[in-house]
Design a protein. Structure first.
Length: 209
């Protein structure tokens, strides 16, 4: 059972106004927004995906759920990212070429900002050139996100592109991505979730936590 059933159902059914009201109230009440995110919002996205797999939901339902999720995330972001201090390092985050899923990527961005990193959000459908631009702009780590088994292989191209640059660390993540896959393609790091991404980047860059 979700921690906040109303929020869980509102995301699942794509009810943006309800999500907005609950998220705004949570921020006003100084509630534990990370718990809301982990225990209600992310499980709702998982459920809509499971329904899609069982042919009980279709792309439009996934889309409106995603929009409702993003509405909530936009409201919670300032609180999640509020721990801010002097930027520790610059990190680029993007979803790889061919892939338009951006909610997980956005969460990684928020959590990295919250941990004090300066983040270049490269967006979705990113080819190596886009990541390269971010590196030229000072990013010392690149976090690649992929949600599709068909776009995951593009991460190998990113890793290979930066193979000669020892000072740039490439980390990967996303629902179908595993530690084993990261090792197979020679990525410098892997994380299961957005908090894990912060730890992995911190470790890869040799920053004392
Ligand atoms: Co898509 N979709 N989708 N979709 N979608 C999945 C991924 C899918 C698993 C659904 C399913 O079949 N059950 C399936 C992929 C199957 C596969 O490849 N094996 C799928 C499919 C098939 C598709 C389309 C092909 C459908 C179609 O058109 N027929 C299409 C592809 C479009 C494209 O990208 N080219 C498509 C489209 C869409 C929408 C546009 C409708 C929408 C995306 C909207 C958006 O993102 N703005 C959508 C959605 C919402 C989903 C599901 C339901 C939810 C994804 C999500 O937001 N999860 C998803 C089902 C699922 O994942 N269970 C599904 C919540 C998010 C917080 O989790 O993104 O995993 P996640 O991120 C986590 C971690 O993975 C990690 O941290 C995050 C936070 O903890 N993480 C990283 C992510 N990136 C990281 C990077 C790091 C580290 C950690 O770097 C170091």
């Amino acid at each position: 059972m979700a921690q906040n059933e109303e929020l869980y159902n509102a995301i699942l059914k794509g009810k943006r106004k309800i999500v907005q009201a609950i998220a705004e109230q949570a921020v006003a009440d100084a509630a534990d927004v990370e718990e809301l995110l982990m225990e209600s919002m992310i499980p709702a996205m998982k459920e809509i995906g499971d329904r899609f797999s069982r042919n009980e939901a279709y792309v439009p339902e996934m889309l409106i759920a995603a929009r409702a999720m993003q509405t909530g995330l936009d409201i919670l972001e300032p609180v999640l990212a509020a721990k801010g201090h002097e930027p520790i390092a610059k990190v680029a985050v993007g979803t790889v070429k061919g892939d338009l899923h951006d909610i997980g990527k956005n969460l990684v961005v928020i959590m990295l900002k919250g941990a004090g990193f300066e983040v270049i959000d490269v967006g979705t459908d990113c080819d190596v050139q886009k990541f390269e631009e971010a590196v030229n702009d000072g990013a010392s780590a690149v976090c690649c996100s992929a949600l599709l088994t068909t776009t995951m292989p593009y991460m190998k191209e990113v890793v290979e592109h930066f193979a000669t640059k020892d000072d740039v660390k490439i980390l990967i993540g996303g629902a179908p991505v595993t530690q084993a896959y990261a090792e197979e393609i020679g990525a410098d790091g892997f994380a299961n979730d957005a908090n894990g991404a912060v730890n992995a980047v911190t470790e890869c860059l040799g920053i004392a936590s």
